[in-house]
Design a protein around this ligand. Structure first.
Ligand code: AMP
Length: 429
């Protein structure tokens, strides 16, 4: 028997009710809060040409090097299930020529992302992100406003126990000198680095600072920090980001080790981390930063940009309502029993739903006993019974269920079908 059960793919999960309610709550809050900041929703395809990600995210990143779901289309084109949303947003921005019309775009998006990672708690192969991007603004105010929007959004969801880390990675002017200083330091510490970091030391030394292994962290504890090597423009930009964050009242801590896993960042980077030790290594709830070179790298005009992505599963774990039992969602349980009851039951259910009342309609062949059992479990306040006799009289019986007695302790009343919806709505009010 068990051999025949088909399960979801490893690392890819169903989101069942009531957890799906938390997802919906998060999405509603996303639209409400982001809308207030002037952001509009972007929807892009889930599949893109592979070269968008290899060029946009960077061949050397873990994502491109080993985590992408890549396959050949029937015409031989290499396609990839998107591992993140920024590259697609940039592609859309360039493809639709937005830089020429109105270079400033504020977009948000949500949807599934795919990475073939080692599946474990908080790390999945299909997960969901909410992202926001601002194109066309280079000012520090844009970085800070985006960070503030992230803080506003999580606060609105009642999330506690998160801390914001902030760093600046510099720009193509100051990065080479920093890379050289870091490279020299890492050469001295090479013997203490893990195998991966030995390789990264040559290919992408900043990523060594991101390694979670204790040995590497110890070995790089005194590594030079990028904020100590910023050019004058980057230093001024970073100071302004901090001044704006102070003005917004957003708390943050400088995190000189935060380099982020994607290659395209410059200047500001930030991460929202869950502080509860239970979150373990998967404690990054959101991350983002400035990526002023990416639009040009993907064929557009040079356009500054800044963005973030939130992991919805990790955020949902911090939303307080996720831990509460959901309230019963059905108001009225309509049951049709016997011949000649279909039209009356369908009409009444439609009228009730049109009034905003939640109805579970049981039109099965089962008898009263089974239907009342189901009605009790539904959490509905009332059962409305339409049997053959009632239907013939143009009436229905409204019966109190455990959760809501009828007035004067009456257990059941008969109501004419015409006007029954208004009568029931009145009792629910
Ligand atoms: P990134 O696109 O790597 O900067 O990730 C942004 C956010 O997405 C992270 O802070 C996580 O919350 C979430 N995230 C990234 N990878 C995964 C994954 N494999 N499973 C669950 N969430 C993830």
């Amino acid at each position: 028997m068990t051999d025949t059960i088909i399960r979801s793919v490893k690392g890819m999960h169903d989101v069942l009710p009531p957890a799906s309610r938390t997802f919906a709550q998060i999405e509603a809050e996303m639209r409400r809060v982001f809308g207030r900041y002037g952001f509009a929703e972007l929807r892009t395809p889930i599949v893109e040409e592979t070269r968008l990600f290899s060029r946009g995210i960077g061949e050397e990143t873990d994502i491109v090097a080993k985590e992408m779901y890549t396959f050949c289309d029937r015409d031989g084109t290499s396609l990839t299930m998107r591992p993140e949303g920024t590259a697609s947003a940039v592609r859309a921005y360039v493809e639709h020529g937005l830089a020429a019309s109105d270079p400033v775009a504020r977009w948000y998006y949500t949807g599934p992302m795919f990475r073939h990672e080692r599946a474990q708690k908080g790390r999945y192969r299909q997960f969901h992100q909410i992202g926001a991007e601002i194109f066309g603004l280079s000012d520090a105010a844009a970085d800070a406003e985006l960070i503030h929007m992230l803080a506003d959004f999580t606060r609105g969801l009642g999330v506690r126990g998160v801390a914001l880390g902030l760093n600046s990675l510099g720009c193509p002017v100051c990065r080479p000198a920093y890379r050289a200083a870091l490279g020299a330091f890492l050469a001295g510490a090479a013997g203490r680095l893990c195998e991966d970091c030995q390789r990264r030391r040559e290919t992408n030394p900043l990523r060594v600072l991101d390694c979670k292994k204790e040995g590497c962290r110890d070995a790089t504890a005194d590594a030079p920090a990028s904020i100590g090597h910023l050019c004058a423009e980057c230093a001024a930009h970073f100071a302004q980001v901090r001044a704006w964050l102070d003005a917004f009242g957003d708390a943050y801590a400088l995190d000189p080790r935060m380099v982020r896993g994607l290659d395209y960042y410059n200047r500001t980077t930030f991460e929202l981390l869950a502080t509860d030790p239970e979150a373990g290594a998967q404690n990054a709830v959101a991350g983002g930063g400035r990526y002023d070179g990416l639009v040009e790298m993907l064929g557009g005009r040079p356009t500054p940009a800044v963005g973030f992505a939130i992991g919805v599963e990790r955020l949902a774990a911090l939303v307080p309502s996720a831990k509460e039992a959901p309230p019963p969602s059905v108001d009225v349980f309509v049951m049709a029993v016997g011949p000649g009851t279909v039209v009356a039951a369908a009409r009444l259910a439609s009228e009730l739903r049109a009034k905003g009342i939640t109805v579970e309609l049981d039109g099965s062949e089962k008898g009263f006993k089974a239907k009342f059992k189901r009605a009790d479990r539904s959490g509905a306040a009332f059962a409305v019974v339409i049997g053959g006799d009632e239907a013939a009289r143009g009436a229905c019986a409204v019966k109190a269920l455990a959760s809501r007695p009828l007035p004067d302790g009456v257990k059941q009343v008969e109501a004419p079908l015409d006007g029954a919806a208004a009568f029931i709505a009145g009792m629910l009010a």
